[in-house]
Write a protein that binds this ligand. Structure first.
Ligand code: ARG
Ligand code: ZN
Length: 859
């Protein structure tokens, strides 16, 4: 088998589609092995008279084709493996095609497929062409009318986009339903679901007084576990009305939970399809992290209704237009639902861990790239998370009021259109009168800007001089970078608090600011830079350890206070890992423990303070990166902290956990601190720690603490926790989402042998992305010391699984392979083993999605 590398698609090649599709009428005769799809397109020419009609289509068996009721002769059209081409068509006509597809054979989970015996679809970005022939591109928007029929006993519920119409009975026990979507939409927002579900229902009245029927469709027996998702949905609807003035625009809003799903969820118009992991939750089966993820993903998909659906992308290069903006919106929703500083810190942890790593490696690309090999590989941390940061900077620079004005103008001007980043920024230029040309460089340049800060205190004049310099490193294909405007919230601090606060926009390569202090200031003030992480940059400062410790004490910005701790901790882990220091510095551990104890009234923040940076977050700090040494160093520091906090920990865990259970922020914060103490017990040198953990596991009243205790117990027992793991398995073997946690727990705490054992487990299922990720991605992304083992055993353990997963499901295969993106910066042995693995994979034959990742990684 050979590996085909995809050809590159260029932004500059964009041409409008030469036809308008005025109406789409679809008829589905659903059958798992042979579904018939009849499509009737009302087409009108908008381009040149000579333009052929080219429709995308992949893996479709064409049964018939006609124009205006006339069957087409085979000589009038050409079918390739990717398209249907009709060279000569009238200026206005009706095209009817009938195709047959086999959902039961669809293992790629793109297009129409079966999951748990039910039909479902995933069309973004290019799944619709696997359902019928169509101009499958986001700038072709049309009104969809759907008729669908299926066996009534097996598939009693039939869903599609829009609002439900007529239903009725057919022969042979079949029934049908009609759905009409009045809003024009691109094909990637099409959805169809059919099956037997339990339904959790509710309703919502919009600010316009419209009554919306809400329904969440789940596996039989799971209805009550959709309560939190429903609650999150209603809060999202209210928030979008209050914050952006946007109300929902259809009479029904349906969510369907699907077990086999490649991504988190999908914002199809009026019919969001979700990975069941982001719908189902209750205290016994879900952790607080799950509740939090559900809240934010439900919000994300709901917010897409305006930022994505009503206004969509002209082409896939503009993906950040909907994704970056919608992530920005969901992050702010979560911040309003919970603690804003805690949310900000979590968002930045994620950005640094995933996006900064991506930006620094061979897969680096700009937020709005100008070419891509495979569109599926563009759903990245850069497009999503960095894309969100750019909107955040925009809002900070122009202020909330003008931001809202610009958004209002955007909704008004472009409703019903497929637009570009330039269109979006034009709205902000129009409301502010400013020019965003230089700011838009953020969209074109890959790489994380590095800002160097130098300060110079002049005691005679009481002046402090601050020099800021920016530099963005070279990335693949972009050797030279221009300066970008970097909004930096700044402050000067002394022991009493803030001496000054202001915002600097660093537009040029460097700038020097001089601040004059009152005569009473005799010591150099501390300079607080990029407060609240206003800009997605890396800061470069040569502060002394004393200055950094003072920063922990004196910072008035919660983000920067946390970050000051992180910086010290990172330096300590590095020193320990490089052997320049044998034991953790007691002064640092004491300061850290002190900060935790002081934050006890904000337990969620205190919990974050105990969290040491993950091994992967350390990779960018010093290279070559030695995952094994970093992991050992991290653990050393962690157990020193555990020892220092043992009294505080006993006190924290000695109190009862909050009851009755509530998933909201207040209780979650308390559990976060308890869980943080459980994590520390896992590495505590205390002889009784294992027994304490076993007791916490046995007596836990919620999954958050039960899972944390089991994990820490496993760590404490050095992998000899089989009996407890078996107990967990026996309890939860029938709950796939909980079993995913069981797999992931072992994959993140074990080694290459563990992975082989897990992959041989009867419940390991190559066809279920959640299960594959719970073993492979958990191992490769969260167990770096074992994955990057210098003998290559970690790579060998996943190689075969990734190959097999990729054969069935290229989106999954490609995603798993991104774990190799950092191979070049590893220590020599792991580096060589990783390179050899990538080359073996390449010659073993990969899907074109996976080949795109591997080719760029090796690049
Ligand atoms: N639009 C979906 C979301 O953000 C994700 C779709 C992922 N599709 C893909 N081909 N990667 O919410
Ligand atoms: Zn999205």
């Amino acid at each position: 088998m050979r590996t085909e590398t995809p050809v590159s698609v260029q932004l500059s090649d964009y041409k409008p589609y030469p036809f308008e599709i005025e109406q789409v009428n679809l008829r589905f005769d659903l059958d798992p092995d042979a579904t018939k799809v009849r499509s009737e397109l009302k087409v009108r020419r908008t381009g040149g008279a000579g333009d052929a009609l080219v429709l995308d289509g992949e893996g479709l068996t064409l049964r018939s084709i006609s124009i205006d009721g006339q069957a087409l002769d085979a000589s009038c059209y050409e079918q390739t493996d990717k398209a249907l081409i009709i060279a000569s068509v009238p200026d206005a006509f009706t095209l009817v095609t009938e195709v047959e597809i086999a959902p039961s054979q669809n293992t790629a989970l793109s297009g129409l497929y079966m999951s748990g015996g039910r039909f479902c679809t995933q069309c973004e970005s290019t799944g619709f062409r696997r359902i019928t022939f169509y101009p499958d591109r986001p700038d072709v928007m049309s009104a969809f009318h759907v008729w669908m029929a299926a066996d009534k006993a097996t598939y009693p519920i039939l869903l599609s986009n829009g609002t439900p119409g007529e239903t009725g009975e057919l022969d042979d026990g079949r029934h049908y339903a009609v759905w009409d979507d009045p809003h024009k939409k691109p094909s990637y927002l099409f959805a169809l679901c059919a099956g037997d579900y339990d339904v959790y229902r509710d309703s919502f009245t919009t600010m316009n007084g419209d009554e919306i029927a809400l329904a969440i469709h789940v596996d039989k027996g799971d209805a009550e576990r959709a309560a939190w998702a429903m609650d999150s949905l209603k809060r999202s609807m209210t928030w979008d009305e209050q914050t952006y003035g946007r109300a929902y625009d259809l009479g029904v809003f349906n969510i369907v939970a699907v077990r086999d799903f490649n991504f988190g969820a999908m914002e199809n118009k009026g019919l969001n399809v979700f990975n069941s992991a982001y719908v189902l939750a209750d205290e016994a089966t879900a952790t607080d992290a799950d509740f939090e993820a559900i809240e934010s993903i439900v919000a994300h998909e709901y917010f897409h209704n305006w930022t994505g659906n009503r206004i969509t992308c002209r082409d896939w290069f503009q993906l950040c237009l909907k994704e970056g903006l919608t992530v920005f919106r969901d992050q702010n929703f979560s911040a309003d639902m919970r603690s804003r500083p805690v949310q900000r810190i979590k968002d930045v942890i994620r950005l640094r861990a995933r996006q900064f790593a991506e930006d620094a490696g061979p897969l680096a690309h700009s937020v709005r790239p100008d070419h891509y090999g495979s569109i599926d590989n563009l759903y990245t941390a850069t497009v999503y998370e960095k894309g969100a940061e750019l909107i955040g900077m925009l809002r900070r620079m122009i202020g909330e009021e003008l931001y809202r004005k610009g958004m209002d103008l955007y909704f008004e001007r472009h409703d019903g259109q497929a637009v570009t980043i330039e269109d979006f920024y034009k709205c902000f230029e129009d409301v502010t009168g400013e020019d965003f040309t230089q700011f838009r460089l953020w969209y074109a340049q890959a790489g994380t800007p590095e800002v160097t800060v130098e300060e110079n205190w002049k005691p005679e004049t009481h002046e402090i001089e601050i020099t800021l310099k920016q530099k963005t490193p070279a990335t693949p294909g972009q050797p030279v970078k221009k300066p970008v405007p970097i909004p930096l919230e700044m402050a000067l601090l002394d022991e009493e608090g803030n001496l000054a606060e202001w915002t600097t926009i660093l537009e040029d390569e460097d700038v020097t600011l001089t601040m004059e202090m009152p005569d009473t200031v005799t010591e150099p003030p501390l300079v607080s830079v990029n407060r609240d992480f206003t800009a997605p940059i890396r800061l470069n400062r040569s502060l002394t350890r004393e200055q950094r410790l003072a920063m922990v004490r004196m910072e008035t910005d919660p983000f920067n206070q946390w970050d000051a701790v992180q910086t010290l901790v990172k330096a300590e882990i590095l020193a320990l890992s490089e052997g320049s220091q044998a034991e953790p510095d007691d002064a640092l551990v004491t300061a850290l423990a002190g900060a935790v104890e002081q934050a006890v009234d904000d337990p969620a923040f205190a919990a974050l303070l105990t969290r040491l940076p993950e091994v992967g977050e350390m990779f960018l700090e010093r290279q070559p990166a030695d995952a094994v040494a970093l992991n050992a160093a991290r653990k050393k520091l962690q157990s020193a902290l555990a020892a220092k906090l043992s009294g505080f920990s006993a006190e924290t865990l000695g109190k009862p956990t909050p009851a009755p259970f509530d998933p909201g922020a207040e209780q979650a914060g308390i559990r976060a601190l308890r869980t943080a103490m459980i994590v520390l017990l896992g590495v505590s040198p205390d002889a009784g720690a294992a027994d304490t953990l076993r007791g916490l596991y046995d007596n836990a009243t919620n999954m958050t603490e039960r899972l944390a205790a089991l994990r820490a117990y496993t760590v404490q027992k050095g992998g000899k926790a089989n009996e407890a793991l078996a107990d967990f398995e026996a309890t939860w073997k029938d709950n796939p989402l909980v079993m995913d946690k069981w797999f992931a727990l072992q994959a993140t705490t074990g080694d290459a042998e563990t992975i082989k054992t897990l992959a041989a487990h009867p419940a390991f299922d190559l066809r279920n992305p959640n299960r594959v990720r719970s073993v492979v991605a958990a191992f490769t992304m969260q167990n770096l010391a074992a994955f990057h083992a210098p003998d290559g055993s970690g790579y060998q353990a996943v190689e075969e699984i990734i190959l097999k997963a990729d054969k069935a499901n290229p989106a999954l295969g490609a995603r798993l392979l991104t774990a190799f993106e950092q191979w070049r910066i590893l220590e020599p042995q792991a580096k060589a083993a990783a390179e050899a693995t990538l080359k073996r994979l390449q010659s073993a034959g990969l899907s074109s999605n996976a080949a795109d990742i591997v080719a760029r990684a090796l690049g």
